[in-house]
Design a binder for this molecule. Structure first.
Ligand code: ZN
Length: 155
């Protein structure tokens, strides 16, 4: 049986800047082994007991990957699906939500530079974890592929 683990976290990058936190939102719940959490974090989380606190460092390669130069592309403005574009605009690189999202980073004349790297790519991450609850996943949760309940998915 797979388990559902709920944990509080504060995420900081290598420079010590807080990037994200579950503070004030309630813990994050995930199903063990369902690929919902970055691999480098999940392998540490599944070893924790309820109530445990731990600082987990995840190198970039096991978090959101290294920055890839191939994902930085220059295209003419006319190649974009919209008539007007500005820095910070985002475009999906494909039909589904697994496709990389490309962000406009620079515009020079008619040339637009797009970056398809995840915003956290190339960053070593530190998670300060407090494991709140560990329980068996219900058959319904396993079928849906996500945790239900107070801190999980709501239908
Ligand atoms: Zn569901």
């Amino acid at each position: 049986m797979a388990r559902v683990l709920s944990f509080h976290y504060t995420l900081t990058n290598g420079a010590g800047t807080t990037l994200d936190s579950s503070e004030g939102r309630g813990p994050l719940a995930f199903i063990e082994g369902a690929g919902q959490i970055i691999p480098g974090l999940e392998k540490e989380l599944v070893a924790l007991k309820s109530g445990a606190k731990k600082e987990i460092k995840v190198p970039a390669a096991e978090a959101y990957g290294l920055r890839e130069e191939e994902l930085i592309v220059k295209i003419p403005k006319s190649g974009l699906p919209v008539p007007e574009v500005k820095v910070g605009d985002r475009f999906s690189g494909g039909p589904d939500n697994q496709s990389p999202v490309f962000v406009v980073t620079t515009i020079q004349g008619e040339e637009v530079t797009l970056d398809g790297n995840h915003p956290l790519a190339g960053q070593d991450l530190t998670f300060n974890i407090e494991m709140k609850e560990i329980r068996e996943a219900t058959p319904e949760e396993l079928q849906h592929g996500h945790a239900h309940g107070e801190n999980g998915h709501h239908h």
